[in-house]
Design a protein around this ligand. Structure first.
Ligand SMILES: [Zn+2]
Length: 477
């Protein structure tokens, strides 16, 4: 095969419809973490039809799977996700709020496109391996419940990724750019138990669990000043003790996320948050039960894997958006407030190196920003369970554009855009980029050794699972 780049492009063209069809199908199912039954069925059906050997229900998770093609080393993993988010259902292409009737969940993080692009990449790699007879294996992993369920952490714990030499994945966003470091986090539940009493006649007999929660939150808000500045601590009330002010609240519960640049940092902060909870219990003469539900490690962008993916994406080109996609994007741009709209245009123009006037007409990212050393150090304060894979296998992860700049993931707008040809084209583009990166590894397996050395230098071979002992998938959802 003389021109691999050209051939990958041709194969990607042949797989175009399949990829779009996967995005649309998974988008329409919009299933929550660990309930992605139809989505996993769709993706595994496609893989089997294309000649992959598929194993379902891996790591004891019914909606997790692995599809394998090829033989021998190098073994490259590609990660797919397909879970949706609650309250983000939205009609495709609609720039005004319009949930789909009877649908609660929506692909506000674009995971339908993520899954379609990842599986699409594996399909392209398969054709390449078949045609060339080159030695190597591709494994496509179906990874459930990224949003709320730490799916990949369980898959790591069960050894699903053992034997991989390198791993690639991507995430929809508003730019075509390498993934930077992400934050680690712990998800922890605090259940306070006090004593109910008549709040008017005999408050002295009551011990308020709600007071304890409030004091705990006040304490944590004072703690904020004394933790590293890139830490994030946020909470929500799971139970505020009922709706009767005249009953001293016997129970009340809080859910906390403690984020930081490394899991060890989160752990330190978490220990201090726990002390505050105990202090609040002491002050209110209540009891507190603390339960770590899970967490995620920070993502380590592997330099070799990131560079490979970056070069491949630049070579194969950004999503080839046309007038149809720009028209959709303009609708979403025009629905913004004038201030947000202006900001989006300026940001998009700058990122794509074109004039604001030009970007206003074509408000989607159409250039690939290559990987730079800075991406290794830049920290995003969001989190992903790809982090846990990246501690065990050298991993490269890119972002590809679906949203208009300023339309972030976890919004109904993002769900609305993912279910259109914008989502399809982003998946198709990243599929050929990931596939091209894989072919570069098959052509030069020594790259995997370099990548593994970089990983070892970074982690010293130490990986601590953020999962508490005995955790099972679905805990803390
Ligand atoms: Zn996501």
């Amino acid at each position: 095969m003389c021109d691999v780049k050209q051939r990958i492009h041709e194969i990607a063209e042949e797989k175009r419809e399949r990829i779009a069809e996967m995005n649309r199908a998974v988008w329409s199912y919009a299933e929550y973490g660990y309930q992605e039954v139809q989505s996993a069925a769709k993706l595994t059906e496609v893989l089997e039809a294309e000649g992959f050997q598929v194993e379902r229900g891996i790591a004891g998770i019914p909606t997790a799977f692995v599809g394998t093609y090829g033989s021998g080393k190098p073994v490259i993993g590609i990660l797919a996700e397909y879970d949706a988010l609650p309250n983000l259902s939205q009609e495709a292409g609609e720039a005004e709020r319009k949930p789909i009737e009877g649908k609660r969940y929506g692909h506000g993080c674009g995971h339908s496109a993520l899954g379609a692009g990842a599986v699409g990449a594996a399909l392209i790699v398969k054709e390449y391996l078949k045609e060339t007879g080159v030695q190597g294996t591709v494994k496509i992993f179906g990874c459930p419940a990224e949003e709320t369920g730490f799916g990949k952490c369980f898959m790591v714990r069960e050894g699903c990724f053992e034997g991989l030499d390198l791993c690639f994945t991507w995430h929809p966003m508003d730019l075509n750019r390498c993934f930077t470091r992400s934050s680690a986090y712990y998800k922890v539940r605090f259940d306070f138990k006090g004593k109910a009493a008549h709040a008017g006649r005999a408050p002295e007999l009551g011990r308020s669990a709600l007071d304890a929660c409030e004091l705990m939150n006040v304490g944590v808000n004072y703690l904020r000043e004394h933790v590293v500045s890139n830490a994030r601590i946020h909470y929500a009330y799971l139970d505020c003790g009922g709706d009767a002010p005249n009953v001293v609240q016997e129970t009340a519960s809080l859910l906390y996320f403690v984020r930081g640049p490394r899991l060890a940092v989160c752990e330190e902060i978490l220990e201090r948050v726990k002390k505050i909870a105990q202090g609040a219990a002491l002050m209110t003469e209540t009891n507190v039960n603390i339960k770590v539900l899970g967490g995620m490690s920070d993502f380590i962008p592997n330099p070799t894997a990131s560079r490979l993916l970056s070069d491949a994406f630049v070579e194969q080109g950004a999503p080839d958006f046309g007038e149809e996609e720009f028209a959709i994007a303009r609708k979403f741009l025009d629905a913004m407030t004038p201030e947000d709209r202006e900001k989006a245009i300026q940001t998009g123009a700058k990122a794509n190196g074109i004039s604001p006037e030009e970007f206003e007409k074509r408000p989607l990212s159409t250039t690939v920003i290559p990987f730079s050393e800075k991406d290794r150090e830049t920290l995003s304060t969001g989190s992903t369970d790809v982090g846990d894979v990246s501690y065990n296998v050298p991993t490269g992860q890119f972002r590809a554009a679906i949203g208009v700049p300023g339309i972030t993931t976890h919004t109904w707008q993002f769900a609305g855009m993912t279910g259109t040809t914008v989502g399809d084209k982003a998946s198709q583009a990243i599929a050929r980029a990931i596939a091209r990166a894989c072919t570069k590894v098959y052509a030069d397996p020594s790259l995997t050794e370099a990548a593994k050395k970089e990983l070892l230098d970074e982690t010293k071979g130490i990986y601590i699972s953020p999962l508490p002992e005995g955790a099972v998938p679905g805990d803390g959802m």
